[in-house]
Design a binder for this molecule. Structure first.
Ligand SMILES: *Cc1c(COP(=O)(O)O)cnc(C)c1O
Length: 462
């Protein structure tokens, strides 16, 4: 048995896979709040044109520039591992493989797109990127990428995390980024909020508004904004995960997996692993492909499919997606990441088609899975990643009941060495089971009622 499956550097994928070429039904177009389609030129103050081209592309394969590969080699190809100790612990006949994205310098899958985005911006003549970050995973990935590519990086970090989670802020500073607490006195959006609520803990929505404002108001035209998930081009850059995993499984003589799993916040690490396999499912392969979300933020499993803003401040175009509403505030008793109200439109369309079958798992079961993982495999996973592990355990137990030697593949999106406070809360008994109450979903309906309807279009094949 091989427990660590490596791909030689020369065999790294040289092209990204774009599922937009193979979707049985195309995406609904992004709209303005009054229902008009958004043209590429309307996005130009926010993103560079080369990334906007990728955002709307329907080419199946897009070349990865040599200079981007040159940086990705720093930790890619990432290992595929066999969770043999967990298998033994569960007594399952299933084989559990996981793609280890925790091996990047910032510790998650996020640099796969951060490097690509920084490089395309640099190529377009941009000198500075702005972004927002909550707990700091994305901010640290972009800080790292900007340093290696040669761009300035400005991160608006939600105030409460800035104060309570100093370590990722310090990582950003080590990589030379300018990280400020949001709301900040540097933008109109920030000043307006500070005037009304000087002691606000901040929010991701406010931080997004600040980051976009600073990009579009730079009169030199050399600043753009960068987003770490949800958008088509982000999912494109992450497809390298699934392409590598496919080659690695093949190299040890495995067939296509029976089950493919990833945790889903905005959908990027899940899609990165799942889309290259979804292509096989579209072409007839029998596979269960599962995005996993928390019962506290059940976007895919309980949210309506609707047009909604990507951000709380209603500055982005309207996207057709499963959503809990842009005003959704996750309950404070919930610990993990994966709190985003919406989901990547490409993932949503796969769910509408029945190609992906989402599942929600409670945070207590997820932390139990994380501890089982640490006590068998040894690694300490990110709280987000624990959702994928909990689902893999459910599937391995099901395979045991059925007596089937299934192949289970999941994405190990990141390590949890900067997130030990969540483990502390769990171990000391502060975390309780939490499912979003039905009343909260009525608020979702209310929040969305004034925007265009999104039609669920599907072929009915799956
Ligand atoms: C950001 C993050 C996620 C959630 O984001 P997606 O876009 O859904 O992948 C999951 N796991 C880790 C480790 C993260 O840092």
């Amino acid at each position: 048995m091989t427990r660590k499956i490596f791909l030689h550097e020369k065999d790294i994928p040289k092209k990204w896979y774009n599922i937009a070429a193979d979707l049985p039904t195309s995406l609904l177009p992004p709209l303005t709040p009054d229902g008009k389609p958004i043209g590429p030129e309307m996005l130009a103050p926010v993103f560079p044109m080369n990334l906007i081209e990728q955002e709307v592309s329907t080419e199946r394969w897009i070349d990865i520039p040599e200079e981007i590969l040159d940086i990705l080699y720093q930790w890619r190809p990432a290992p595929l591992r066999r969770a043999e100790r967990l298998e033994r612990h569960l007594g399952t006949p299933a084989k559990i493989y996981y793609k280890d994205e925790s091996t990047s310098p910032p510790g998650s899958h996020k640099p796969n797109t951060a490097i690509a985005q920084a490089w395309y911006n640099k190529q377009f003549g941009i000198e500075r990127l702005t972004t927002e970050t909550g707990a700091g995973q994305w901010g640290s990935a972009l800080a790292f990428a900007c340093k290696l590519v040669g761009l300035e990086c400005k991160v608006f970090m939600v105030r409460i995390s800035f104060d309570q989670k100093p370590f990722r802020k310090l990582m950003m500073q080590v990589w030379g980024a300018n990280c400020v607490a949001s709301p900040s006195p540097e933008t109109n959006a920030g000043r307006a909020i500070l005037e009304k609520m000087p002691d606000t803990p901040g929010s991701l929505g406010i931080a997004i508004s600040e980051a976009i404002e600073q990009a579009v108001t730079d009169s030199s035209g050399k600043t753009r904004y960068s987003l770490g998930s949800v958008l088509n081009h982000v999912l494109l850059h992450q497809s390298i995960i699934g392409l590598e995993a496919k080659a690695q499984l093949k190299s040890v003589g495995e067939k296509l997996p029976d089950v493919v799993i990833g945790c889903a916040g905005g959908g990027s690490n899940f899609a990165g692993l799942a889309f290259p396999f979804t292509a096989d499912k579209i072409n007839g392969a029998d596979m269960e492909i599962i995005p996993v979300e928390p019962t506290a933020c059940p976007t895919l499993t309980r949210g309506p499919f609707a047009y909604d803003f990507g951000d709380t401040a209603c500055t982005t175009p309207l996207l057709a997606m499963y959503t809990l509403g842009h005003a959704f505030v996750p309950p404070p008793i919930h610990a993990g990441g994966l709190r985003y109200h919406g989901m990547a439109p490409l993932v949503c369309q796969c769910v509408v088609e029945g190609l992906h079958t989402p599942r929600a798992i409670d945070q207590v079961e997820c932390y139990e899975a994380a501890l089982t993982w640490a006590k068998t495999e040894g690694f300490i996973c990110a709280p987000e990643t624990s959702h994928a592990i909990a689902c893999a355990i459910q599937e391995a137990n099901k395979a045991k009941e059925e007596g089937k030697e299934k192949v289970i593949l999941f994405n190990y999106s990141g390590h949890g060495l900067m997130d030990l406070t969540g483990y502390d809360n769990f171990i000391s008994g502060k975390l309780v089971p939490y499912a979003l109450p039905d009343e909260e979903l009525q608020k979702t309906e209310e929040c969305l009622k004034d925007y265009p309807r999104a039609e669920k279009r599907k072929t009915g094949k799956w």
